[in-house]
Design a binder for this molecule. Structure first.
Ligand code: ADP
Ligand code: MG
Length: 527
């Protein structure tokens, strides 16, 4: 189906601005289906998989319907778990950026007194687990007379968790004149039972899954935590020596942010998204066609209008919100019988979205281990030697040979010359990272290394081998590439290869050593 543009919906200016700030380009399929009906005041049953944007599908109308002059609760959203309630509250807060509203998540486990205090101050939108909401109704700390919208989010899960009676209790205590929405990934007789009893001529909306022809290219996924995505992306690009990659993000803001990070790391990267003028886009596309961009980062909408069909690899930096996007994205590589690859980064619950994509597209997306820095180094070295061999075998290198002969007349051996050239070349290649590393200054390390101070030592029962192990785990570097390690009473020193230092340090600070949180800083030469 055609996706709706948020601009085409009758939304307040504040809402449109908030949506733009969130970087959404167009409505997802379930949003496109449901928003017009919900904004029309109809009851709706919405069925769509997880990760398809159901929160905004009801969150936008909830906020649009709010009467700012009424301080009491006007909308109640029921969620199965505390985590989901918090997530929904956060998304709604973002959507209400330019509209003053009071939102409160209420869930079991949190002291009820605190919730009661907050409720007394006046709350307009309640997001809660059914049991706790029921509890507040019992205690009369939650008055329902002004409620005009009730939403059951993830209805199937709530029923699976045995919340049916609690849900019905809440529904019984809400004014008859109200709009009721129900969202669920699956449908069941039990859900339909609730629907029949409490909803008023609901629209049944379900995202239809099209038959999709998936291109036959190698599809791989990595489980990557959000903070590691950038590192993994650059590792894969380096490792496969990619000259032309297309990277997809789910929002415009993520495109901008990623482009910035890649440029700082010395990659020729640029972005495309719907907030750019036609002029800006043309400029990017021209650069891309002239080969001045190695990595093009784009949203789905922006990529649709362009003919970049022959990229070496497609990256799904975010798992797309629906399977059609996935198929369109990966179809950008492997054209004209060429070999292409598609890499998808999956973090946290995105794994469920990936499963849905696999189910509907019937493709096999294979999981791979994130390559360690060491593996990246090895592959890069092999690639380099391969290029060197090719150059020797096919290259027109008479002029270069002549230069070398001149040096040899000065009594240098050919081996020395080759080694020096190699060093210059590899050193030069690493310029982008060594520039970044020069900020470490003089740390008293051996050449090519940086010496770091780590705030754990013998007192914490940390031994040199624990540090080696921790570094190995976060980076794949072996003890031979790690320099000198000194473990003292309350702190330690460790030398790391300069070109990996920044990445290793970041990872160590995130993962710790032997279960201890650590702080790692460039050492002072005097120490
Ligand atoms: P669901 O409730 O269907 O599992 P969510 O509402 O949690 O899905 O949305 C999943 C993610 O998609 C969230 O990070 C959300 O901000 C994002 N999202 C929602 N709508 C859009 C959109 N129109 N474009 C891009 N991202 C979106
Ligand atoms: Mg949800």
């Amino acid at each position: 189906m055609e996706s709706l543009l948020f601009e085409d919906l009758k939304l307040s200016r504040e809402m449109k601005r908030a949506i733009a700030d969130m970087g959404f380009e167009e409505a997802t399929p379930i949003q496109s289906l449901a928003l017009p009906h919900i904004l029309d005041g109809k009851d709706v049953i919405g069925q769509a998989q997880t990760g398809t944007g159901k929160t905004a599908a009801f969150g936008i109308p909830v906020l649009e319907n709010l009467d700012a002059s009424v301080k009491g609760v006007q909308a109640v959203i029921l969620c199965p778990t505390r985590e989901l309630a918090i997530q929904v509250a956060e998304e709604i807060k973002k959507l209400s950026k330019y509209k003053k509203t009071t939102v409160l998540p209420v869930y079991g486990g949190q002291p009820i007194e605190r919730q009661i205090k907050a409720l007394k101050r006046g709350v307009q939108i309640i997001i809660g687990t059914p049991g706790r909401v029921m509890d507040h109704i019992h205690r009369r700390t939650l008055r329902m007379d002004h409620v005009k919208m009730i939403i059951l989010d993830e209805a199937d899960e709530m029923l699976d968790m045995g919340f049916r009676d609690d849900i019905e209790f809440v529904l019984e205590h809400i004014p008859e004149e109200r709009q009721m929405l129900l969202f669920s990934a699956t449908m069941s007789p039990q859900i339909l039972g609730i629907t029949r009893k409490y909803q008023n001529k609901p629209e049944m909306l379900k995202v239809a899954h099209q038959e999709l022809t998936v291109p036959e290219i190698e599809q791989i996924y990595f489980e990557v935590r959000e903070q590691m995505k950038l590192d993994v992306l650059t590792r894969l690009i380096d490792m496969h020596n990619l000259k032309l990659a297309l990277v997809f993000c789910n929002t415009k803001r993520r495109v901008d942010r990623l482009v910035g990070h890649l440029q700082t790391r010395g990659y020729f990267a640029d972005g495309l998204h719907g907030d750019m003028s036609q002029n800006q886009r043309d400029r990017v596309m021209n650069k891309f066609r002239k080969g001045q961009i190695e990595i093009l980062v784009a949203t789905d909408v922006a990529a649709r209008g362009i003919d970049v069909d022959d990229v070496e690899a497609v990256f799904n930096y975010d798992v797309p919100n629906n399977e059609e996007y996935y198929v369109h994205r990966i179809g950008r590589t492997g054209r004209a019988g060429r070999k292409g690859q598609a890499f998808t980064f999956v973090s946290g619950k995105e794994i469920y979205q990936l499963r849905d994509i696999q189910r509907y597209t019937k493709v096999r997306i294979e999981q791979q281990k994130i390559p360690s820095l060491r593996e990246v180094e090895e592959v890069k070295r092999d690639l380099f030697l391969e290029r060197l061999r090719k150059e020797i075998d096919e290259g027109d290198i008479d002029r270069e040979i002549h230069l070398i002969e001149r040096l040899m007349e000065e009594e240098y051996s050919s081996l020395d010359i080759a080694a020096a050239l190699l060093k210059l070349y590899v050193g030069g290649k690493d310029d982008s990272s060594s520039q970044n590393d020069s900020k470490y200054g003089e740390t008293g390390a051996q050449p090519g290394m940086v010496r770091f101070f780590v705030n754990v030592g013998r007192k914490q029962k940390v031994k040199a081998k624990d540090i080696v192990k921790a570094i190995g785990e976060v980076s794949g570097l072996s003890s031979t590439s790690i320099g000198r390690i000194d473990v003292l009473d309350k702190f330690s020193f460790v030398e790391l290869p300069q070109q990996h230092a920044r990445e290793v340090v970041g990872a160590l600070q995130r993962k710790g050593i032997k279960g201890l949180r650590v702080n790692v800083e460039p050492a002072n030469k005097k120490m």
